[in-house]
Design a protein around this ligand. Sequence first.
Ligand SMILES: [Zn+2]
Length: 428
Amino acid sequence: MKYTLIYALLIGTILLSCKNSATLIPEKKEAGYQGQGASPVVPTVNRPVQKQWKGIWTMDSQTYFSNDFDGARLNGVAEDGNDHYTLWITAENTPINVSPWYSFKVWTEQPREITIKLSYQDSRSRYYPKISEDGINFKPLDSTAFNVINPGEGDFGIKAAPEFAEITIEIGEEPKWISAQELYTSTSVQSWVDSLSLKPFISNYEIGRTHENRPMQLMEIKENPNNKKAVMIISRQHPPEVTGFLVMKSFIETISSESQQAKEFRTNFDVFVVPLMNPDGVDNGHWRHNMGGIDLNRDWENFNQPETKSVRNFLNKKSNEGYEFVFGADFHSTWDDIYYPIDSTVIGKKGKIVYDWIENISERLPQKRTNVKPSKNTKPTMVSRNYFYVNHGMPAIVFELGDNTPRAFLKEKGKVAAEELMRLLMEE
Ligand SMILES: [Zn+2]
């Protein structure tokens, strides 16, 4: 319990915002950045990515570690003796944001308790380990089994995060999954999309292909063939940001439900969703980038990457068909729940719906305060929110959820966010 509390405090005080540039700008600079002039365009042409070796590490103690599954990340294992193991988790390339994703399986022919130290190259420990016996259902590791090593310095900035994490678990012949967050791979996301697409008003189709030829899947919610007003939703440009995905999932399920409100909403509005913006990154267990080695949420100006290009082309096509986009949201995760709208002095009356929406959600969920950090910079567009607004006139927002926000609350927040958006759009 003690360690969990310390860990939570540390995590709460460090800056892990996924809006930071790849060079780990601390929060104070981020805050200052808002009032400054146009930010320089980050290059987004392909950079080399080191592909992860895949397989099973067999140790002298008849203990096995595997990364041979989608979403896995494990880059090296050492047996230190006395049932202690050191695991290396390394990034796809650098520089990179501090979001060291890990996911591996462990089992043994000699059931016993072992201790595993997770080390992260030059990065630090961000994610609290989740454990699973089937790779599908995960729960947080018991706090008594979790220990931080070198808890960092000070109370601010990434250096305040622990350098290593150590976990102690019982292992046996049946594999256990240890993962930075719950596993939602391209296959499991597609299963979710397919299950929703059983509804007569939902379809899904490819809008492009990734570097590794995975489909970029778009889900279309369209009940009334005459609708020309639409909401655009994307999530998981950054692979480890599972909590943002979970809120998006609940949001879309609410809009797709049989409630009276949802039915009325769908007679007036369509919804387009790209639930998995970076399927290569997700399946390869990347910390942040796509297979081109690029942070996709810096490529909405130059469109060098196939993932962003496919969404750009889709939006242009829909605009050419006469669609008006009335709202856009991009779901992410960071150290706490935060809204990043466009500053009201920039977006003016058009942004009123975004601020009303934030207020309504906050009123209904007073148990957890969400910070609001408006941004004045919209050009160069670079990030999805700015592109949505500048090129397609959408009142748009970056919707950030905390890495450790309780999962039941995430589900509730997605539901409330959908209900309040539907209410506001119907009132307009
Ligand atoms: Zn992000």
